[in-house]
Design a protein around this ligand. Structure first.
Ligand SMILES: [Zn+2]
Length: 235
């Protein structure tokens, strides 16, 4: 065998009839769109499991590779247009209001010459159902990746409508693997709403509270056993 023998690359894709950049062609479906293109991914977990931290880490990782994205949120704990995390990270974000159309958000950015390769949607369980449909359209029609982060269930242990829609539509769904512990030491699963020191199971789906013990309305992550028993431990 001589050194000047041309290597044969078996992995090189065959050029298609319309492909002038032979060798760079992505595999395409019969509808002509890339087979492995953008994706809608939903990452969920109870409060305090690090969803916002992971959202900002993902934004950082993608930006580092030269991709450009937008960060959106709704009812962040700071109540401002930013994603904040319990471990101290913060990032400016676009507040998703009732009338906001996520597709317009991307199209307007593009019109201004701003590239948008992906969206990071924090607190996605608080979005409207229309917003979730818009996420799917951004993936399917605009090839924009959408990474959504949020709670699955509310204080009654029932799915948030937006979370349910994400479970139905997302290309992939992943439970965030950072464990949050109940006071008993078991893995925390459910978000209890605590009013005047008691677990409540009726009321508005979204009531802003805190996780501080002193707050009038607060939230506490409990294991299923203690959520069902309404047992907040001896604190
Ligand atoms: Zn427990």
């Amino acid at each position: 065998m001589t050194d000047d023998a041309a290597p044969i690359c078996l992995a090189r894709p065959l050029p298609g009839p319309d492909d002038t950049r032979a060798g760079c062609a992505a595999a395409r479906g019969v509808d002509g769109r890339p087979l492995h293109a953008a994706a809608l991914k939903f990452f969920w977990g109870p409060m305090d499991c690090g969803k916002s931290t992971m959202a900002l880490q993902m934004n950082y990782n993608h930006a580092r590779q030269g991709r450009r994205g937008l960060v959106t949120t709704r009812i962040d704990r700071s109540l401002g247009p930013q994603v904040t995390t319990r471990i101290g990270l913060a990032h400016s974000a676009i507040e998703v209001t009732d009338g906001l159309d996520l597709r317009d958000l991307v199209r307007d950015a593009w019109a201004e010459g701003v590239r948008v390769d992906y969206l990071i949607c924090d607190e996605a369980s608080f979005y409207d159902l229309e917003h979730i449909e818009q996420m799917a359209e951004l993936v399917d029609n605009y090839d924009v990746d959408v990474y959504a982060f949020g709670l699955a269930t509310d204080f009654r242990s029932c799915l948030f409508p937006a979370a349910r829609r994400l479970f139905e539509l997302a290309d992939s769904v992943a439970r965030i693997q950072v464990e949050v512990l109940c006071w008993c030491g078991r893995e925390g699963l459910l978000n209890a709403r605590v009013v005047d020191g008691r677990v409540v199971r009726e009321g508005e789906q979204v009531v802003i509270g805190d996780t501080a013990n002193s707050a009038q309305v607060r939230y506490q992550v409990l294991c299923r056993r203690h959520y069902r028993a309404g047992d907040l431990g001896g604190r």
